[in-house]
Ligand binder design. Structure first.
Ligand code: AKG
Ligand code: FE2
Length: 221
């Protein structure tokens, strides 16, 4: 499931990131995907000190974000990388690698982009995700993020004006199966609604969905 995470970074964190961004020494993005014929962007080397500080800020912010815990059930998060797209740059249709060569190797279940600069700073540069025959495009406010399944085909459309800056990362979930993970998301929403005495119709629909989909999963045909 694709989820927008508004205001992941606080105003103070965003300000700190803004001050660090000019210090990042970007290199060719193909360094981590040498075989890619569609990747045309710039990315910070992992050892870059400004990248490492931005990565820590983004990681702390994501890890404390309550909805991320609900949506992703994160077990491991890859090191965040700052990426930069200048006019003419893009990242064509692709699927993210299944495994990251960390020790131990990490499976990518969810991909995450934290947008770092204003949407008005650039034209193009949408993150577009295929959902069947549909395409969903995202260009978010700085400090907001999008979380999407790493199984999806997606791209960053060409930037035609200005510069797009983002921090990207990947997560391995405690729950590998996205259908099972989604049941837990609904269960958590239902639990919160029951605890608060909120929207009873929504609670009813959630419980019905959980019962039906668990039965579908367990029915012996
Ligand atoms: O910059 C982004 O929003 C995501 C780029 C991407 O798809 C990737 O680096 O694999
Ligand atoms: Fe990607």
């Amino acid at each position: 499931m694709i989820r927008v995470l508004p205001n992941v970074l606080s105003a103070a964190e965003l300000q700190a990131v803004r001050e660090l961004l000019p210090q990042v020494r970007f290199g060719d993005g193909r360094i981590t995907n040498p075989d890619s014929s569609v990747k045309q962007n710039l990315q910070a080397p992992q050892e870059d000190p400004a990248n490492a500080r931005i990565a820590q800020i983004a990681r702390d912010a994501l890890m404390r974000y309550p909805e991320l815990r609900v949506f992703a059930q994160p077990r491991t998060m890859a090191r965040t990388t700052v990426v930069r797209y200048e006019p003419g740059m893009n990242y064509g249709w692709h699927v993210d690698e299944a495994l990251f060569p960390s020790t131990p190797p990490m499976r990518s279940d969810l991909s995450c982009t934290v947008f770092l600069n204003e949407p008005g700073d650039y034209d193009g540069g949408e993150l577009t995700i295929q959902l069947g025959a549909q395409e969903l495009s995202y260009k978010l406010e700085p400090g907001s993020a999008i979380l999407y399944p790493s199984t999806t085909i997606h791209r960053v459309t060409p930037v035609t004006r200005g510069v797009r800056l983002a921090a990207i990362t990947w997560l391995q979930s405690w729950v590998a199966d996205s259908g099972q993970r989604e049941l837990l998301v609904q269960l958590e929403e239902a639990r919160a609604l029951a605890a608060s005495g909120g929207d009873r119709q929504r609670l009813q629909v959630l419980l019905e969905s959980l019962r039906t989909n668990l039965f579908r999963m367990w029915a012996d045909t």
